[in-house]
Design a protein around this ligand. Structure first.
Ligand code: PGA
Length: 261
């Protein structure tokens, strides 16, 4: 039985700081009494300090994360926020390589190379990075597995074996993310978790690969969470839309807490 982690990716929500405060307070209630499940909230960067303060006041342990981090510490980089600045604001985790940060249409532009730089900078300042990987689509010839292998290998290029235990790896099939999408099946998830562990094992050795937490993200909700926990081979979840509803997110967290796997 592994400790589970539930990461809320609020993305560019909610619209106001007041709403963020309410959402956080309601979400924090879900954390009461948790023994083996960790919660990480990743709000928009603008609300980070405020949410961090609120989390300090709540008796329950909730960690704060950022949705991205630039690799340089400071300088002429308009619009960027450094990992160091995010740590200063209270973040301990950082999501890296999310498909929306790679996609130009959502203001992204990340490549495996830039994700690798962000990962190194984040590790250097003591963050726990959440490294996203996932294929845009699937094909019958299983070419998508080559895509995944390349993505994982390039993002982790030059990362020392000892650092691997600090990284959480998130399988996020791009086709399963967002409004109108359907989650992967637990079976599809399980196969990919096994494949990702094999890629990690080839690069870092079996014992390091076995210890890495691998989580799933993409249309996770209170209805499919149990199936993923039972048959998806996952150590937790990266939750988008359902994390904007404290009740739904609580149900996901409670399912993790109750899981025997
Ligand atoms: P979703 O987002 O839960 O809204 O599909 C998941 C993600 O982007 O991590």
């Amino acid at each position: 039985m592994s400790r589970k982690i539930c990461i809320a990716n609020w993305k560019m929500n909610p619209a106001s700081s007041k709403e963020a405060e309410i959402l956080f307070k309601n979400t924090a209630k879900a954390a009461s009494g948790l023994k083996k499940t960790e919660i990480v909230i990743c709000p928009p960067v603008l609300y980070l300090e405020k949410i961090k303060k609120l989390s300090g006041r709540s008796a329950k342990k909730i960690y704060i994360g950022a949705q991205d981090a630039f690799w340089k510490e400071e300088g002429a980089f308009t619009g960027q926020v450094s990992a160091l600045q995010l740590r200063e604001a209270g973040a301990k985790y950082v999501i890296l390589g999310h498909s929306e940060r790679r996609d130009h249409s959502s203001g992204g532009g990340d490549t495996n190379e830039t994700v690798n730089k962000k990962l190194k900078a984040s590790l250097a300042i003591g963050f726990s990075p959440v490294l996203c990987f996932g294929e845009p689509s699937r094909d019958e010839e299983h070419q998508y597995l080559n895509f995944i292998r390349k993505e994982i290998e390039e993002c982790l290029s030059g990362i020392p074996k000892e650092a691997l235990s600090k990284i959480i790896v998130a399988y996020e099939p791009i086709w399963a993310i967002g409004k109108g999408a359907t989650a992967a099946t637990a079976e599809e998830c399980r196969e990919m978790v096994i494949f990702a562990r094999k890629v990690l094992s080839d690069k870092f050795g079996l014992s390091s690969a076995e210890r890495v937490k691998i989580i799933y993200g993409g249309s996770v909700d209170e209805r499919n969470v149990a199936e993923f926990l039972n048959n998806g081979e996952v150590d937790g979840f990266l939750v988008g839309r359902a994390s904007l509803d404290a009740g739904k997110f609580s149900n996901i967290v409670n399912a993790c807490e109750a899981s025997e796997n």
